[in-house]
Design a protein around this ligand. Structure first.
Ligand code: NDP
Ligand code: MG
Length: 384
């Protein structure tokens, strides 16, 4: 029996994770769940899965949540609630399904407590990749990616030594703006941007898919997860989203992982690893799909991808600043405070103003400070 905690159970990945657990029927027990403010869905999930603990980020809702679930359930709140969940002795594996670098401290705490990690959240790895991976190595904790591209690479590398890996090719569906001319970006509505052709996901990652910042963040994520140079990570647009990513081995052989686009597959793999068990994922019918297309991404139309690569090359706190500025800029767009086309230039301006702390080992405080600074700087720029 694997005892699971899901941070962000009311979101797209969280709901899919519970769906996978319900379908697997045995072998998994849901010990703890968390949400930001959606107590209605959280208490509904609690009734069905009977977890021992729940946590709500918004402290003001703690009392209401307590009133809506059984008295046996421990109700927690705020960041402390997440930290308590990842420290519980009755949790074996933590699924990180919250979006944003808010996951960073709970992720490090889960590693410290030697929990198995199933990681959907990419922002914390982008912000503090070296620190997170060093902590995981030190504690002997394996991080299993849920992000479909990284799950694909992880699967392609199963049973192979790191030395056999030469290059990574991350595929990208191209997002909702693949076939929209750049000249139209100024007039894009939120509804249009949020309508992704291949994946149904949370709002932040869907906007990131539209700017291709999502792919930029994924390049950084891959850099740290697979210990590979930025220059050895290629991005290819692949609108069918069937090849989830590929690895090129030292001898030139290329291995890919293919499946119908459905996040329940990488989620299930992260939960059952190293076992493979039956799933409900639709059978891949290549004869019906007929053609798989690949092309280089348009870097002029989508400058965010180059911004992310640049931040990664500069290292230090630049990736954390890139991520925090993007989180803020996307948030402003979603609150109708900024037009879509300004998101990349906002991130670029904040990066240009950043001065990373001097030489010496980067600490988690450096990262948190840079994250905070970048958020304030983005707000300042937006108000001008
Ligand atoms: P959603 O927005 O759908 O869900 C986010 C979840 O986190 C919700 O449960 C939400 O609670 C909770 N949450 C949001 N903000 C906070 C906060 N500040 N503190 C505590 N909890 C919070 O996101 P997704 O499921 O789409 O994405 C989650 C992560 O997974 C992201 O990092 C994303 O990049 C990554 N990912 C997602 C994929 C997908 O298919 N969706 C694919 C690959 C990666 P509430 O419901 O109460 O707001
Ligand atoms: Mg992805």
């Amino acid at each position: 029996m694997k005892r699971i905690a899901i941070l962000g159970s009311t979101g797209s990945i969280g709901i899919n994770t519970l769906d996978v657990i319900a379908r697997l029927k045995s072998g998994f027990e849901v010990t703890a769940l968390s949400a930001s403010s959606n107590i209605e869905l959280l208490s509904k999930q609690a009734k069905y899965f009977s977890p021992k603990a729940l946590s709500i980020m918004d402290n003001r809702l703690e009392k209401e949540l307590r009133g809506s679930v059984s008295t046996n359930v421990k109700v927690l709140s705020g960041e402390d609630g997440l930290l308590e969940i990842v420290s519980r002795s009755d949790v074996d594996l933590v699924v990180f399904a919250i979006s944003g670098s808010i996951c960073l401290k709970p992720l490090l705490a889960a590693i410290e407590n030697r929990k198995e990690i199933a990681l959907a959240n990419k922002e914390s790895l982008v912000s503090a990749g070296e620190i997170v991976m060093a902590a995981a190595r030190k504690k002997g904790v394996r991080i299993i990616p849920i992000d479909s591209e990284h799950s694909a690479i992880f699967q392609c590398m199963e049973g192979r030594p790191r030395e056999s890996l030469k290059r990574i090719c991350l595929t990208s569906s191209g997002g909702p703006l693949l076939n929209v001319a750049k000249s139209k970006f100024k007039r894009l509505t939120k509804e249009f941007v949020l309508n992704h052709p291949r994946w149904k996901m949370g709002r932040k990652i869907t906007v990131d898919s539209a700017t291709l910042m999502n792919k930029g963040l994924e390049v950084i994520e891959a850099r740290y997860l697979f210990d590979i140079d930025e220059s050895d990570i290629e991005v290819l647009t692949h609108p069918e989203a069937v090849v989830h990513s590929m690895v090129e081995l030292q001898d030139g052989s290329v291995i890919a992982q293919l499946a119908d686009p459905d996040m329940r597959l990488p989620i299930q793999f992260a939960l059952t690893y190293p076992e493979r068990v039956a799933s409900d994922v639709k059978k891949l019918d290549l004869a019906k799909i007929k053609r798989l297309n690949f092309q280089k991404p348009d870097l002029d139309k989508f400058p965010s991808l180059s911004l992310a690569r640049e931040a990664l090359k500069r290292g230090r706190t630049y990736p954390a600043v890139l991520n925090a500025a993007d989180e803020e800029a996307v948030g402003m767009f979603l609150h109708d405070e900024m037009p879509f086309f300004k998101i990349p230039s906002m991130v670029e301006d904040v990066l240009a103003r950043h001065e990373a702390p001097g030489a010496g080992r980067l600490t988690i405080n450096d990262v948190l400070e840079a994250d905070k600074w970048a958020r304030m700087e983005t707000c300042k720029l937006c108000c001008h």
